[in-house]
Design a protein around this ligand. Structure first.
Ligand code: AP5
Ligand code: MG
Ligand code: ZN
Length: 215
């Protein structure tokens, strides 16, 4: 299964990708997670990327395309993958197309998660991520352990640097301007499926799995 999860910041791409990964035993490829790892490692690319990420803007296409091209060539992607947060611009989508031609692979489906703006802000402001295992949760909708630690490993929960309200608003604007046009791009290719992302996490997961059965 080769899937793209499309959707604005906070739509639930990472949450749903983690569940799909368990269901189909295919890797989640999150450019956001990969960039945050580069920031943490303070590599030259990470230092450059951090400036864009902290402002809520996009990291240059050439950087992100290079990361994804390398990742898709790894062995664990042969049986499929879930792209989470990539592509985000038309040039990224065109590059992905070429990479997949080179690898003799084809996309099965592009799932676009639909969530209202107010809900997005609430999800992002309440999101926490484990500093140890990297798993995400939500203070209200997907609560941590009773002592406030990660319920998977007991690690410390931290807030992402770009989950402040002013940065969130800019990420949403950037999404509308640069990423939303990808809906039409994939609709024209007959790959787009829109899924209501407003329900509970498990209900959204069921809707995605139902959509994937048809492809
Ligand atoms: P990235 O990490 O991809 O961030 P994003 O797209 O803004 O999306 P998020 O990760 O914030 O949201 P999500 O949809 O994964 O939601 P989640 O499942 O966590 O990118 C970060 C930055 O990196 C970008 O701004 C850019 O600078 C750079 N970047 C990354 N990729 C790039 C690219 N391709 N090109 C250029 N630059 C790139 O859910 C959010 C919260 O809601 C969680 O707390 C969760 O528990 C909760 N939740 C989830 N589902 C539900 C539900 N159904 N009901 C209630 N709560 C829910
Ligand atoms: Mg995410
Ligand atoms: Zn943890």
């Amino acid at each position: 299964m080769k899937i793209i999860l499309l959707g604005p910041p906070g739509a639930g791409k990472g949450t749903q990708a983690a569940l799909l990964m368990g269901k189909y035993s295919i890797p989640q490829i999150s450019t956001g997670d990969m960039l945050r790892a580069a920031v943490q490692a303070q590599s030259p690319m990470g230092i450059e990327a951090k400036k864009h990420m902290d402002a809520g803007g996009l990291v240059p296409d050439s950087v992100v395309i290079g990361i994804v091209r390398e990742r898709l060539q790894e062995d664990d992607c042969r049986g499929g993958f879930i792209l989470d947060g990539f592509p985000r611009t038309l040039p990224q989508a065109d590059s992905l197309k070429q990479v997949l031609v080179d690898l003799d692979q084809e996309l099965d489906s592009v799932i676009s998660l639909q969530v209202d703006t107010d809900a997005l802000v609430e999800r992002l402001t309440g999101r926490r991520t484990c500093a140890d295992c990297g798993k995400g949760c939500h203070l209200r909708f997907d609560p941590p352990a009773q002592d406030g630690s990660c319920r998977y490993c007991g690690g410390e929960l931290v807030q992402r640097d770009d989950d402040r309200e002013v940065t969130i608003r800019n990420r949403m604007k950037v999404y509308q301007e640069q990423t939303a046009p990808l809906e039409d791009y994939y609709r024209e290719q007959g790959l787009l499926v829109t899924v209501d992302g407003m329900s509970d996490i498990s209900v959204v997961q069921q809707a995605i799995q139902a959509a994937l059965q048809d492809c």
